[in-house]
Design a protein around this ligand. Structure first.
Ligand code: ZN
Length: 627
């Protein structure tokens, strides 16, 4: 299969846990299969296999639900089409697209005795009243809650199945937040099967858990090695510890153990089979990969959530979702716009447009998303008047000196087009794109803070994920000590009690829409929130910049070993943000931090080490998250 990282015929033994799902698919007592999962566990291959089976052996109408119609078309083009093309029996059955209707044929494929309709959860027309026997729904936690005004896409799909006694539904997703996760809600109704793996030493069967992943930490006396971005952590030493006998397993031992594993239900069966697939049982992930991702994410709440969702395959439980403004007022430090702390490497700004004024917040950022609030301007005046914008421009062109004698300018600015003065904003941004003065519009829901591309419908602004940004900001405000992700505030008139009240005025609420829990950010009626809005826009401006200070991740290039795929897993990380470093912008500091001179660091952590007893005198680090 071209679509997978490994070419060649399908071999279920490579990922033994997939066999259970395939068996459930042909088990007539199972009507629904629910798979909460990590990324990179081969779920799509399971879906494709099941599809191939239906087309070949048991043809019927099939509905394939993807989060969006674009995602559906991409899936059709990049995953489904290669499988059909490379599988002789399917090639003869699935009709080739007629070139004139290629667009359409990506979403609809017919074969003798049935068809596949590929639809997006955001496109209700695709869920029209056709009878459907089999539904595949992938990434259900990214679904739009309501398909247009008609309701839950999963319920709509289920309605189409009612005429079939042998209907079947397969749901898969990495879970999102616990309160609203659809896959987790469905999983709790299932028989909750977990994958039990026998220890090669004591043969006790166990589920693999993060608490049992260990890695070494350098002793204080040890010298920092070149190309060790997480020093003193040594993720390349990661291993798994049997929870019964305490023996360590390296990757090869773990993969071998996983190949002998079995599914066990942990709840009563009632027609719904649930399979939980954590990243630990994937043959495509090394423990080093998992620990590296953890170390990258652990200090930044929004990255930690992505890690929990896509590596552990678990939903994320939010800590209390408010921040007390009083806890922030006392945070003031002695610095200001006239002399900026050394840690700040770049500046960005966010601008909010009100009927009678502009508000502008300037933020500084350093390595690992440490952040400094720098300055807050309120510019009174009518935004319909040109001179107010000239005043803003003057502020945006300011040069800020730093403690270590650098001169910083604002590198990117996001301005809200959402108010009554959208046209003025667009006009102001138009001649200033080169300075990255960017028009934006906020949108709620699960979307990235900074879009992957400009808005498709209206090419003149960027759509910013304000809910995601607020999650990030509130998560970071809860970090109590300076370091990665921490937000510093200066003492001074700009950052007074009023500012902190505005910054912390919103609250996450769970509201029900069409019977489904939806997370929404709400501000008390009448409260002002410009400090939060401008913070959101400035954070978006930060994300619009391709500059990353994070060290180069250890490249994934596994050596071919027994039980391990010969081909490397897909090179791009499925773990979400942050995006990879881009070489386009040259800033001395960032370049220096990005990679040591003389090319990328040697690759210490890839070759699985041979069996190794624990050494004496070594500091062992125990993972603490979720233990
Ligand atoms: Zn054991």
């Amino acid at each position: 299969m071209e679509a997978a990282a490994e070419p060649g015929r399908w071999v279920t033994a490579r990922a033994e846990y997939q066999r259970g799902i395939m068996n459930a698919f042909s088990d007539t007592t199972v009507h629904t299969i629910v798979v909460p999962k990590a990324a990179q566990v081969g779920f799509t291959e399971c879906v494709l296999n099941a599809l191939g089976f239906i087309v070949h052996q048991d043809p019927c109408p099939i509905l394939i639900l993807q989060p969006t119609i674009d995602a559906g078309e991409t899936w059709s083009k990049e995953r489904l089409a290669p499988m059909v093309r490379d599988t002789p029996v399917l090639r003869g059955l699935v009709r080739q697209p007629i070139s004139r209707y290629v667009e359409n044929s990506l979403r609809f494929k017919s074969f003798p005795g049935g068809y596949m309709a590929i639809v997006g959860s955001n496109a209700p027309a695709g869920l029209a009243a056709r009878p459907i026997r089999v539904v595949f729904a992938d990434e259900v936690d990214r679904f739009k809650t309501s398909a247009g005004t008609e309701g839950d896409p999963l319920q709509l799909a289920a309605k189409r199945q009612t005429t079939f006694w042998n209907r079947k539904t397969l749901l898969g997703s990495s879970p999102g937040r616990k309160a609203t996760s659809v896959i987790w809600r469905e999983w709790l109704k299932s028989d909750q099967r977990r994958f039990y793996v026998p220890c090669p030493q004591c043969e006790e069967k166990q589920t693999l858990r993060w608490e049992n992943v260990r890695w070494d930490k350098a002793a204080d006396s040890e010298q920092r090695r070149v190309g060790a971005p997480f020093w003193p952590h040594k993720p390349e030493t990661a291993y798994y510890v049997c929870e019964h006998c305490g023996n360590p397993w390296d990757d090869v031992v773990r993969w071998e153990a996983v190949s002998k594993g079995e599914w066990r239900a942990t709840a009563p069966f009632n027609g719904i089979a649930g399979f939980h697939i954590p990243g630990f049982i994937s043959p495509w992930l090394t423990l080093t990969d998992i620990v590296v991702e953890f170390l990258k994410a652990k200090d930044v709440p929004e990255l930690l959530q992505v890690w929990v969702n896509t590596v552990l395959g678990e939903p994320f439980e939010d800590p209390a979702e408010t921040v007390e403004s009083s806890s922030l007022v006392s945070r003031g430090e002695q610095y200001g716009p006239e002399l900026i702390p050394e840690g700040v490497k770049l500046l960005v700004a966010g601008v909010d447009v009100q009927g009678d004024r502009l508000e502008c917040q300037v933020l500084g950022f350093g390595p690992r998303e440490e952040c400094w609030a720098i300055e807050y301007h309120v510019l009174p005046g009518d935004p319909a008047q040109q001179h107010l914008w000239m005043e803003l421009d003057e502020q945006l062109l300011k040069v800020y000196p730093t403690e270590d004698e650098r001169q910083l300018r604002i590198r990117a600015v996001c301005i809200d087009t959402g108010g009554h003065h959208g046209n003025q904003v667009l006009a102001f941004c138009k001649g200033r794109r080169g300075r990255k003065v960017l028009p934006i519009k906020g949108a709620s829901g699960a979307r990235p803070i900074w879009p992957k591309r400009e808005s498709k419908a209206k090419k003149d602004f960027y759509v910013v994920g304000v809910d995601t940004a607020k999650d990030a900001i509130y998560g970071r405000l809860r970090i109590a000590k300076p370091g990665p992700g921490y937000i510093h505030f200066p003492v001074g008139v700009d950052f007074n009690e009023q500012y902190f009240q505005q910054l912390t005025c919103e609250k996450v609420m769970t509201r029900y829409r069409l019977g489904h829990p939806v997370r929404v950010w709400e501000k008390p009626p009448g409260a002002k929130n410009e400090a939060l809005d401008t913070f959101v826009y400035a954070l978006a401006a930060r994300q619009a910049l391709p500059i990353r200070f994070e060290p180069v991740p250890i490249p994934i290039a596994p050596a071919p070993v027994a039980g391990r795929p010969a081909e490397p897993p897909p090179p791009k990380s499925l773990f979400g943000p942050p995006p990879p470093p881009m070489p386009a912008e040259h800033e001395a500091e960032s370049v220096r931090e990005r990679s040591p001179p003389g090319g990328p660091p040697p690759n210490p952590g890839i070759t699985p080490r041979p069996w190794r007893p624990q050494l004496r005198g070594r500091r062992i680090l125990r993972s603490t998250y979720m233990s």
